[in-house]
Design a protein around this ligand. Structure first.
Ligand SMILES: Nc1ncnc2c1ncn2[C@@H]1O[C@H](COP(=O)(O)OP(=O)(O)OP(=O)(O)O)[C@@H](O)[C@H]1O
Ligand SMILES: [Mg+2]
Length: 267
């Protein structure tokens, strides 16, 4: 099972949309996919029609059991979605208070790491959706993955969040002794606006990131697909946004570690 984390230290940049649409492409290609929603807001959970107010049967059980040092069976958490071969471990709003409570508990950064091996044989890919703020949940997502996908909205403040993210990756690298390959993905690109064009140019000048050479364009069909609760990549695979996600998936599936620059600058 390959585990990819979708993370950005900024809200509303397309993280959840990226998870949903990559999952759509991967399942259309025959892969068995597990999506894990680690965002207490539960956008991914709601996307597929589940209720993030419900903590029973959600990812909250894993963290709650870790705090209480109780055993829990992760294999009963994945739920089917409307998409064939796509299952989800839902999030719960209760994760917010848990994150506050668990500060003193040892090993809380590796809860997912401890459980995911038990799901290894059931899925080909695991995609993790993150909240926009750094904390125990994001640390879990970083520790559990082999590749980081970083959506970057093409607007002025994007570059600041990129600096924050690179600092986080350096800190993570120092504490875990592991460099994590990453791919920055420009999203919501609108070539008619100057902000989009300028941001893309700035991103392309950076030598400290591994940038996907293409873009995910603004496509209102992505919003419409969200309203319907299906990945655009399954509903209208020929839509511009869907085609971009299919090409992104090509890059992620074909690009092996040696081609992805390692976070922290080393190639
Ligand atoms: N390429 C795009 N074109 C148009 N709309 C988009 C695109 N990508 C995402 N959106 C829309 O923008 C909004 C924010 O996207 P999304 O929820 O994926 O971001 P997020 O980073 O997960 O946000 P949050 O930090 O709140 O979890 C959603 O309404 C989504 O449908
Ligand atoms: Mg989200």
């Amino acid at each position: 099972m390959k585990t990819w984390t979708v993370m950005a230290q900024k809200g509303g940049v397309g993280k959840t949309t990226t998870v949903v649409n990559l999952a759509g492409v991967l399942t259309a290609r025959g892969a068995r996919v597990l999506a894990i929603d680690l965002d207490p807001h539960g956008s991914l959970t709601s996307y597929f029609g589940f209720d993030p107010e419900q903590d029973e049967g959600s990812v909250h059980e894993l963290f709650d059991a870790a705090v209480g040092e109780r055993a829990v069976d992760v294999t009963r958490l994945p739920r089917r979605t409307v998409v064939d071969k796509l299952e989800i471990i839902t999030s719960a709003t209760a994760l917010v208070s848990l994150e506050r409570r668990c500060g003193q508990v040892k090993g809380m950064g590796r809860v997912l790491n401890r459980h995911l091996p038990k799901l290894e044989a059931r899925y080909d890919y695991c995609l993790i959706d993150c909240p926009p703020t750094l904390g125990m949940l994001v640390i879990n997502a970083l520790a559990a993955c082999e590749l980081l996908v970083v959506p970057m909205q093409c607007e002025e403040l994007a570059l600041k969040s990129l600096d924050r993210l690179l600092r986080t990756l350096t800190l993570f690298g120092n504490s875990s002794g592991r460099t994590l390959p990453h791919l920055v993905v420009p999203t919501m690109f609108d070539r008619r606006t100057r902000a989009s064009r300028d941001t893309l140019l700035s991103l392309r000048c950076r030598e400290d990131i591994n940038l996907w050479p293409e873009v995910v364009p603004v496509d209102t069909q992505l919003r419409e697909a969200a309203r319907l609760g299906v990945p655009l990549t399954r509903w209208q695979p020929e839509a511009r946004g869907a085609e971009a996600y299919a090409r992104l998936c090509d890059t992620l599936q074909n690009n092996r570690r040696r081609q992805l620059r390692l976070a922290g600058g080393a190639a």
